[in-house]
Design a protein around this ligand. Structure first.
Ligand code: THU
Length: 137
């Protein structure tokens, strides 16, 4: 596992916060930003994008993954999610699976709010015994 450098970590947190500032979350009022580090050290951010047809809403992590893919990457080496919540925010179940497609169980996932980094998990902790591309023939 390659941990981001302190400078990369600062950039990831800043990118996730900036993305969160652009969240479209008029229905929940819960803005989320996510930033992904790829294997080339590039950062791809995203925010949640809600919809009047509530189930069509998209999580911040899904937006960030779309941006990583369109930039030509296939690999996530670190994740930061930013939200303001009573407890440190972690990706929802569906997004844990989405991240798993391009990350490993060892990939670090940090949770942050507007002031500090609150927690560090691995994707394997968040999604143990996961189903992934390696299970398909
Ligand atoms: N949300 C995310 O964007 N990411 C998460 O990991 C948790 C939840 C969004 C979805 C919805 O727009 C709002 O937060 C409230 O659930």
């Amino acid at each position: 596992m390659i941990e981001p450098t302190p400078a990369q970590m600062d950039e990831l947190v800043a990118a996730a916060r900036a993305a969160r500032d652009r969240a479209y979350a008029p229905y929940s009022g819960f803005a989320v930003g996510a930033a992904l580090l790829d294997e080339q050290g590039r950062i791809h951010a995203g925010c949640n994008v809600e919809n009047a047809a509530y189930p069509q809403s998209q999580c911040a992590e899904a937006s960030a993954i779309g941006n990583l893919i369109v930039a030509g990457s296939r690999r996530i080496t670190a994740v930061v999610v930013v939200g303001v919540a009573p407890e440190p925010l972690t990706p929802c179940g569906g997004c844990r699976q989405r991240l798993r497609e391009f990350a490993t169980g060892a990939t670090p996932v940090w949770s942050a709010d507007l002031h500090q980094v609150q927690g560090r998990f691995t994707l394997g902790q968040l999604l143990p015994e996961s189903f992934g591309p390696h299970q398909l023939p």
